[in-house]
Design a protein around this ligand. Structure first.
Ligand code: ADP
Ligand code: ADP
Ligand code: ZN
Length: 219
C-alpha cells in the first residue's frame, strides 16, 4: 500500500499537473490539485468558487483558510492508510503548517516535497500553449503535447479550452506571486530534509522517469 504524502512545488507551467496525473495513474493513488478543485468550484458557482473567482482571475493566491478547508475535506475522506499527491498546494508557509496539522491528526506526515525547476522563457512557452479539457481536466500543449485529434480531448472528445488566467498579464502576476510567496516555502521542506529538486526542462517522459525513481526509493 502506498502511504506516502508527496507535495509538488514549482512556478506556473513547469509541468506539475502533467506529472501528478502520470504518477497518480501509474501508482493508482489519489492526487489533489487545488487549482483544479478551485476551477471546478468556480464552474459550479459554489460559495467557494464565487469567493475564489477574483483572486484567480487576477493571479493572486486564494486566502489560506479557504484552500486549507478544501484540502482538509479531501484528505479526511480518504482511507487512513492511503497516500496521495498534492499538486499546487501548499503555496504559503501557513498552508504548509496547516497541512502538517491536518496530517498529524491522521498519523501521517509529508514524506517528500519535489521542487520543479526550469528556465523562465521555456516555462512561459509552456503556459501560452497550454490547453485544458473542461470535462476531465487533462492538460495538453499545442506543440509539446498535442491531442490526437485537432483540439479535442483524447479521452472525452470535448473541445479543449485555454485557461482564462493563461494570458500574458496574469501569467506575469502568478509568476511574481510564486517567487515572492511560494518559493521561500521550499526552505521549510529543505530543513526537514525531505526536499528533492527535479530538472523540469527535459521531456515529459524524462521528467517522469526521474520522479518515478525518487518515488520508488520512498516505498
Ligand atoms: P498553475 O498550474 O499554473 O501553477 P494552478 O492551477 O495551480 O496554477 O492555480 C491557479 C490559481 O488558483 C492560482 O493562481 C490561485 O489563484 C489559485 N490557487 C491554486 N492553488 C492555490 C493555493 N494552494 N493557495 C492559494 N491559491 C491557489
Ligand atoms: P503546471 O501544473 O506546473 O502549471 P502543466 O503540467 O499544466 O504545468 O504544464 C504546462 C504546459 O506544459 C502544459 O501545456 C503541458 O502539456 C506542457 N508540458 C508539461 N510538461 C512538459 C514537458 N516536460 N515538456 C514540454 N511540455 C510540457
Ligand atoms: Zn477530457
Amino acid at each position: 500500500m502506498f502511504k506516502s504524502v508527496v507535495v509538488f512545488i514549482g512556478p506556473p507551467g513547469v509541468g506539475k499537473g502533467t506529472q501528478a496525473s502520470l504518477l497518480a495513474d501509474s501508482f493508482s493513488i489519489p492526487k489533489f490539485a487545488t487549482g483544479d478543485l478551485l476551477r471546478e468550484a468556480l464552474k459550479n458557482k459554489t460559495p467557494l468558487g464565487v469567493e475564489a473567482k477574483n483572486y484567480m482571475d487576477s493571479g493572486k493566491l486564494v486566502p489560506d483558510q479557504l484552500v486549507l478547508n478544501l484540502i482538509k475535506g479531501k484528505i479526511s475522506a480518504l482511507d487512513k492508510e492511503t497516500g496521495f499527491i498534492l499538486d499546487g498546494f501548499p503555496r504559503t508557509l501557513s498552508q504548509a503548517q496547516g497541512l502538517d496539522e491536518i496530517l498529524l491528526t491522521l498519523c501521517h506526515n509529508v514524506s517528500l516535497a519535489i521542487e520543479f525547476s526550469m528556465d523562465e522563457e521555456e516555462r512561459i512557452a509552456r503556459l501560452t500553449g497550454r490547453r485544458l479539457c473542461p470535462n476531465c481536466q487533462r492538460t495538453y500543449h499545442i506543440l509539446f503535447a498535442p491531442p490526437k485529434k485537432d483540439s479535442l480531448c483524447d479521452y472525452c472528445s470535448v473541445q479543449l479550452v485555454q485557461r482564462a488566467d493563461d494570458n500574458e498579464e496574469v501569467i506575469r502576476k502568478r509568476s511574481a506571486v510564486y517567487w515572492e510567496t511560494t518559493e521561500p516555502l521550499l526552505n521549510y521542506y529543505r530543513q526537514k530534509n525531505i526536499l528533492k529538486v527535479v530538472d523540469a526542462s527535459s521531456s515529459i517522459e524524462n521528467v517522469f522517469s526521474r520522479i518515478k525513481h525518487i518515488f520508488q526509493e520512498l516505498n
